[in-house]
Design a protein around this ligand. Sequence first.
Ligand code: EZ4
Ligand code: CO
Length: 400
Amino acid sequence: MKITAARVIVCAPGRNFVTLKIETDQGLHGIGDATLNGREMSVVAYLQDHVLPCLIGRDAHAVEDIWQYLYRGAYWRRGPVTMAAIAAVDVALWDLKAKAAALPLYQLLGGASRTRMLCYPHASGADLPELLERIAALRAQGHRAARVQCGIPGLGAVYGVRGGGLNQPAGMPAEQEWDIGAYMRFAPHMLAEVRDAVGETFELLHDTHHRITPIDAARLAREVEPLHLFWLEDLVPAENPEVYRLIRAASTTRLALGEVFNTIHDCREVIQQQLIDFIRASPLHAGGITHIRRIADFAALWQIRTACHGAPDMSPVTFGASLHFDRWVPNFGIQEYAGHPPETAEVFRSDWSYDGDGHLLSGEAPGHGVDIDEVAAARFPYRRSYLATARLADGTAWNY
Ligand code: EZ4
Ligand code: CO
């Protein structure tokens, strides 16, 4: 099965998505996602100018060799742009291989390790009553877990609360004020109120989005320890993984990390030193199915579980691919299920489903089960847009 054509489709049904379509001489095509939120066109250029010319004529079944060729052959390794581009090729080739075999992708990975995947949608509110209402609505839909984020008294828009991370199409990135003290005073109280309202059995997750310092993170993890959260996510940036030692030593609150990691090398220390409990690498930003299965196997040695990043700024293609990975991976933990804007479903057709009981089903169609309607995609042209940015009250640039 030879690769005869490969092209990049950029569209914005609700938000920007970069999709790679690979065609073969067998009449089959495969789809991969290359979306890097706020930096989309850099991956488009990486693929179009440098990767796609090297793919034409290659054997589409050579998934591993093409991964190694693109990773080693570039000389310049790793990084979000490189790894998202390699991921798009890898996921499209796995899609093709599974379609050629007429099997759902999870069967090629080794078959199902489970029937359904525990998922967590997002619940957020400008204040606690609104957050509690939103959680109640999710429970009414059968959900058993939710990521809970709440507006912080004294601060304006913040990450994770509806409207708080909105990209600004064609404008400049929004700037939001951040205050570590305000967060530290409010977050433990907010999480305690939520635990009180939902009881012990509903799983609560919370994302700090890299916004506090190591010692404050240690304090937060300790203060919320009695609430038995499913996890605290991204307490501090992990460019220097050693800072997590301080947090780890302070409490037994479970920690999740790694949505911005690109390779197994980013993951190595936090896994090897048992500094986290869940690894958030996805088949988009960490080099495709070929690479995250290596990360998952490595994490399994320390009994660390997977939790694929599933944000709205990753296309339905990544969501479909993640669910097939989740269906197979022995050390599965949970799947993020943030959903997409309604227009997204006009462009991407997916065969996964929600079972009405807190779990996702991966679908049985050949491949990863997601395809793109290029005619519909053309109705939603790309518009430059950014994530918001954050500054402290004195003007200091901070982590969004
Ligand atoms: O902010 O993917 O857990 N999920 C997240 C995401 C990230 C976005 C950034 O583009 O933290 O919502
Ligand atoms: Co996150």
